[in-house]
Write a protein that binds this ligand. Structure first.
Ligand code: GAP
Length: 509
């Protein structure tokens, strides 16, 4: 996998992501999506929306506002419990999330494990069975047990709000400040992550609000509106994508942890008692969605939560192998009836469903799938970016994005800027642009133009040359294999439609 710094610089150089307000030296953990980034992001969002809303007759979408009545956040528990445990290093004056320090410590052990496995794979060659090795090699088993013990204790201490024990754990593991190398730590304290703001013109009458820290609450407060107006029958889901805000203290790793980010969430309302089976089903469905993009099953794993959020009776992350290790990409949570019940209590309004099959009223249970759009962007982008050495010894940088997500699907390249070739190219572009995002490039030698498109992730290049004028054929070049094929000019549209049809990607889920 490509070096992380290279990923960040490639994202900037090729117009995917810029630091926010860069002319003022940027704003920490806030980013702007540039011309290619916004297209990739939109394609990821559409891919999610199509699979969740369009392909499920019982899931509908909404777009709730970012600002909500402040009682929402009392009811949801975010005012009281949406905290991160923080610890300061007294020498460097740097602030850290205590749980992240411990998790990073475990990630280092995991690295050692990976090295042992890689060494053994080399030693045993083809006969090597990594799964067997992981469960039988004493050193690797020991590493795994150590990780499990540490994470279990961390989870239990956080669950019990035993912050003293979190500090003890950091001290026992002899974790040092990455900046100063010292182990001179303060106590662990809780810090609320919500951004506050005000609504209203005068200081006296202004109302304190929060920027939403998750999109989910916009769905809960609209549950009955949607159920009634959409005549929805349980089980059914409500999906939405939109901005969320968190005053992350340890915001780092580029767009992995941002202060302003976008979520794609779906709340699935089910009869009480059936949540476990729906939870298992949504875990699998969401994993299949990820796998449909072809980024390798070995790059995903489930992580079941030890520490459950205040609203959940089960929770798991789908983790992805980012350049800095396996980390959470998506969460699947069995949220019980906590949110709807709590909104009933705080609002005094009933949020219940009459189930004709059970012949009773109840507050539904909820299974949620929640994925960060920016984090998904980072997963796709970091996986796709490669430096390749070609057969002739030259190198190329290529962004092997799943074709269905690529910002530009096809580039039209007239071989030269004369002899009527640009006119044919323009006409082809005008035909294709109704169905696909098309780029046109006539500058520089064609080899350099191919490299430019490779770096942008464009899966296909169509070259118009002098032969096109004679026999109405063009070449189509494949980004990944770099193979070129001669095809009829009037077949281009049909071939692209087939290759880029979202159905071919999503129908196996
Ligand atoms: N409604 C449930 C919820 O918000 P979460 O695990 O806190 O659960 C869900 O967040 C997803 O949102 C995460 O899996 C991650 O992909 C994304 N996410 C959370 N915080 C983020 C941040 N600061 N920056 C970018 N993405 C974030």
């Amino acid at each position: 996998m490509t070096d992380f710094k290279k990923i960040i610089s490639h994202a900037k150089e090729y117009g995917f992501i810029f630091p926010s307000s860069e002319i003022y030296d940027g704003l920490s953990a806030v980013y702007d999506y540039a011309q290619n980034g916004v297209a990739l992001k939109k394609n990821i969002r559409d891919y999610w929306w199509k699979s969740m809303v369009q392909l499920h007759h019982n899931i509908v979408g909404i777009d709730a506002s970012i600002l909500m009545h402040p009682t929402t956040w009392k009811a949801s528990g975010h005012v009281d419990a949406f905290n991160d445990p923080l610890i300061d290093n007294k020498d460097s004056k740097k602030r850290y999330r205590a749980d992240v320090l411990v998790e990073d410590y475990c990630a280092k052990i995991e690295n050692k494990m990976d090295k042992e496995i890689a060494k053994a794979a080399k030693r045993f060659g083809e006969a090597f069975n990594p799964e067997e090795f992981k469960t039988t090699n004493p050193r690797v088993v020991g590493y795994q047990e150590k990780i499990n013990t540490i994470l279990k204790r961390l989870g239990q201490s956080l669950e019990k709000e035993d912050l003293e024990d979190v500090k003890n754990l950091i001290e026992e593991l002899e974790i040092a400040c990455p900046e100063s190398g010292s182990r001179n730590w303060t106590e662990v304290k809780q810090f609320n992550l919500m951004f506050g703001t005000k609504l209203g013109a005068s200081a006296e009458s202004a109302m304190d609000l929060y920027l939403r820290p998750e999109t989910a609450q916009g769905i809960f407060v609209n549950f009955l509106n949607v159920q009634k107006t959409g005549r929805m029958k349980i089980p059914f889901g409500i999906a939405q994508t939109g901005k969320a805000f968190r005053n992350e203290i340890v915001a780092r790793q580029f767009i992995f942890r941002m202060r302003e980010f976008e979520q794609m969430e779906m709340q699935f309302f089910v009869p009480p008692g059936t949540q476990k089976e729906w939870y298992d089903q949504w875990k699998q469905t969401r994993l299949s969605w990820h796998l449909s993009l072809g980024m390798g099953a070995e790059n995903y794993r489930f992580h079941d939560h030890e520490k459950l959020a205040h609203y959940a009776d089960a929770a798991a992350d789908i983790e992805f192998k980012f350049p800095f290790g396996f980390k959470e990409l998506e969460g699947i949570h069995s949220r019980t009836d906590f949110d709807l019940k709590s909104h009933e209590e705080f609002s005094g309004k009933k949020l219940q469903y009459f189930d004709p099959e059970r012949n009773e009223n109840y507050v539904p249970y909820v299974v949620e799938t929640s994925i960060g759009l920016d984090r998904m962007f980072l997963a796709v982008f970091s996986w796709a970016l490669r430096d390749e050495t070609l057969e002739d010894g030259s190198t190329r940088t290529v962004l092997k994005l799943p074709e269905v997500l690529a910002p530009t699907k096809v580039a039209i390249l007239p071989l030269v800027k004369k002899d009527g070739l640009p006119e044919v190219a323009q006409k082809l572009m005008d035909d294709l642009k109704w169905n696909h995002a098309v780029a046109y490039d006539e500058k520089d030698a064609v080899g350099r133009r191919y490299r430019r498109q490779d770096a942008l992730g464009t899966p296909y290049c169509i070259t118009i040359d002098h032969q096109t004028l004679e026999d109405q054929t063009v070449t189509i070049r494949d980004r990944d294999s770099m193979k070129q094929e001669r095809i009829a000019l009037d077949a281009v549209g049909g071939i692209l439609n087939e290759k880029l049809d979202i159905k071919n990607w999503l129908q196996n889920i």
